[in-house]
Design a protein around this ligand. Structure first.
Ligand code: HEC
Length: 168
């Protein structure tokens, strides 16, 4: 990590990156669930919103791998991932509008009592995704943390802990 940092051209980024990188790594760990996310959910409407989240996670994982150079930076793949995230984040309100229940759902009931706030958080995630710079590795590194933070800002409030740390 420090090896990479030492090669960064822009001084401000050099100062900021170690902490952003560490935070990103932790958040990615927190966000990554299993690839085929079916944790016993039987309600198809609940499964649909879990699927949406799983798709987001896949796109975010790809971008994070590029940002950390675990995967080579590829502009068109990065753009495709951004487009995928743009679509999924815009669909969050639609998928969650009705309070569908399932014993295996991790959604907190508070979500539906604070619908406007939930929608605002989805909107913020969508805005952060639109501001993702996928033209260069530096741009991606600079703009990705805001997206990850937007995922977490909502999870911290409206999602019960779980499914994030399963890595199988
Ligand atoms: C506006 C709120 C909100 C935003 C923004 C949000 N999520 Fe979620 N997410 C949820 C809720 C609520 C659940 C729990 C859904 C359920 O279990 O019914 C969830 C569940 C998940 C899960 C667990 C799925 C499973 O296996 O059960 C993953 C992974 C996930 N989100 C990834 C992301 C990623 C990546 C982002 C950002 C790109 C993101 N989420 C943004 C609200 C949000």
């Amino acid at each position: 990590m420090f090896y990479i940092c030492s090669h960064w051209a822009i001084r401000s980024i050099r100062r900021l990156w170690p902490s952003l990188f560490a935070a990103t790594a932790v958040l990615i760990m927190a966000l990554s669930g299993s690839l085929s996310a079916n944790h016993g959910v039987t309600n198809p409407k609940v499964q649909a919103r879990v699927d949406l989240m799983t798709t987001q996670k896949a796109a975010l994982t790809l971008l994070s791998e590029m940002a950390s150079t675990r995967r080579p930076f590829d502009r068109s793949q990065a753009r495709a991932a951004r487009k995928s995230l743009e679509k999924t984040t815009s669909q969050i309100p639609k998928r969650f509008r009705r309070p569908h229940r399932d014993p295996h759902s991790l959604a907190k009931a508070a979500l539906w009592h604070n619908w406007d706030d939930f929608k605002a958080r989805a909107k913020r995630a969508n805005t952060a995704v639109k501001e993702l710079n996928t033209r260069s590795l530096t741009g991606l590194r600079r703009s990705l943390p805001a997206v990850i933070q937007s995922c977490h800002a909502c999870h911290d409030t409206y999602k019960n802990p779980g499914h994030e740390f399963t890595t199988h």
